[in-house]
Design a protein around this ligand. Sequence first.
Ligand SMILES: Nc1ncnc2c1ncn2[C@@H]1O[C@H](COP(=O)(O)OP(=O)(O)OP(=O)(O)O)[C@@H](O)[C@H]1O
Ligand SMILES: [Mg+2]
Length: 162
Amino acid sequence: MIKATAPPFAHSDIGMAEFDDAPGRDARGPVLQLKLAARPASVPQARSILRQLLCEWHLDQLSDTATLLMSELITNAVKASEDDACRRKLRCKIIMASIRLSDTGLVLEVWDANPAAPVVHEVDLTSDGGRGLLMIECLGDKWGYHAADGGKVVWCEIAFPS
Ligand SMILES: Nc1ncnc2c1ncn2[C@@H]1O[C@H](COP(=O)(O)OP(=O)(O)OP(=O)(O)O)[C@@H](O)[C@H]1O
Ligand SMILES: [Mg+2]
C-alpha cells in the first residue's frame, strides 16, 4: 500500500484526475490518497487509516459513519475488480481511495478499474446482500459515481456536524 498526503491530488500512474463531479473538487483542503491492493485485506487497512486521519483532523464524530461507508465502498470496489470482465487485467489488481474535505463535509472517493456502474437494489428482509449502497444513501449526505480512467469513481460525502 502506498500512502501519500498531497493537496491537490498526486496523480498516480493510473490517474486520479477525473474526480470532477464530486463535491468540493476544487477545494484545496487536506487530502489523503491511498493506493490499495484490490483484496479484502484492504478494507480494514483503509478503515484504520481513515479513523486515525479523522482523529488528526479533530473529526472523530464522523469516524463511525465514515469507516462504515468506506468499508462498503472498498468492499464493492474489491468485488468489482474480481469480476470476470475485469480480473485478468493488471489494472484490476489495485483500487484507489481518497479522503478529503470539501466546504461542506468529508468526501470519500474510491476508484476501481471496472467501468460497470453501481446499482442500488431493492431489498427485503430475506435478501442476502444489496444493502451497502443503501447504507451509503441513508447514512451519507450525498453520493454518486462517474467514469474515470477506464473504470469509475464511487464517492460519498458526510456533512460536517452542525
Ligand atoms: N464499485 C462497484 N463496481 C461495480 N458495481 C458495483 C460497485 N458497487 C456496487 N456495485 C453494484 O451495485 C450492487 C449493489 O451494491 P451494494 O453494495 O448495495 O450491494 P452488494 O455489494 O451486492 O451487497 P452488500 O453490500 O449488502 O454486501 C452490487 O451488487 C453491484 O452489482
Ligand atoms: Mg456492497
